[in-house]
Ligand binder design. Structure first.
Ligand code: ADP
Ligand code: MG
Ligand code: MG
Length: 251
């Protein structure tokens, strides 16, 4: 399970403290949502989980399966099963999606001491996963995300998640203005990958994603801490009341 304990995070080049004692536990097999007002540190949490540069952890710890990941590089975290789905997936001109995916998969396999996938073995897995998720893998012959619609970017990202078989999936979908098709793609992907050995942290500003991904728990992040935890009904309450109760101002 994921255990975040008393996490304090500041920006590396500024004296701004973003997370001020955030604690949270996500057992395997569960989907937890994090909701919160703009600027409350939701994306910061996702980046710190993935090990992105620019953030300094000044106190607290993040344990995945009982092991602290804070000192690990992003690629080591990935090898331990941590996956972050980006809010704005990167475009990589000149690199075909299939090449990118194969490189990512083999990098993780190498870290785990597993053999590289042969081309036929890789293609077989891609086709199987694509079919299961209803994703046309022909899209992956094109350069990564270049000229993709929002929905196509999400499809390629969800397929990447399915192929890497992470055990901790962090999705940051905040304010990204995903249209309803893209929301469905994300939700169907997450729901298809829900598994007793996998934990999901779904970060979202809006409740509507949670109509499709029904979370086991909902946490409200405001002022750098989890202010409230509840069941899926908490998301609906927040939709009505906004975040004013947690910030002292209208959300
Ligand atoms: P949320 O995702 O909840 O909207 P963020 O984690 O993106 O919140 O941001 C939290 C606060 O930290 C915001 O005030 C944001 O402007 C600031 N912030 C986050 N990352 C950076 C950064 N790399 N440089 C400057 N400010 C940042
Ligand atoms: Mg924001
Ligand atoms: Mg954000």
């Amino acid at each position: 399970m994921l255990e975040i304990k008393n996490l304090h995070v500041k920006l590396e080049d500024e004296d701004r403290v973003i997370l001020k004692g955030l604690s949270l536990t996500v057992p395997k097999g569960e989907v937890h949502a994090i909701m919160g007002p703009n600027g409350s540190g939701k994306s910061t949490l996702a980046y710190v989980l993935a090990g992105r540069a620019g953030y300094e952890v000044t106190d607290g710890d993040i344990l995945w399966n009982g092991e602290s990941i804070l000192e690990m590089q992003p690629d080591e975290r990935a090898a331990k099963g941590v996956f972050l789905a980006f809010q704005y997936p990167m475009e990589i001109p000149g690199v075909a999606g299939l090449t990118f995916l194969r490189t990512a998969m083999n990098a993780v396999r190498k870290k785990r001491g597993e053999a590289e996938l042969t081309t036929p073995a890789f293609m077989k897995i891609v086709k199987e996963k694509g079919e299961k998720l209803n994703i046309d893998v022909n899209m992956l012959k094109r350069p990564v995300n270049v000229g993709f619609s929002g929905g196509e970017k999400k499809r390629s990202e969800i397929l990447q998640m399915a192929l890497l078989e992470p055990t901790l999936c962090v999705l940051d979908e905040t304010d990204s203005g995903l249209d309803i098709d893209a929301l469905r793609v994300v939700a169907e992907g997450v729901n298809a990958l829900r598994d007793k050995d996998r934990a999901f942290l779904v970060i979202t500003h809006y409740q509507r994603l949670l109509n499709y991904i029904v979370p086991d728990k909902v946490h409200v992040l405001a002022d750098g801490r989890i202010q409230k935890t509840g069941g899926k009904e908490l998301a609906l309450e927040l939709e009505k009341s906004g975040y004013a109760d947690f910030t002292g101002k209208a959300a």
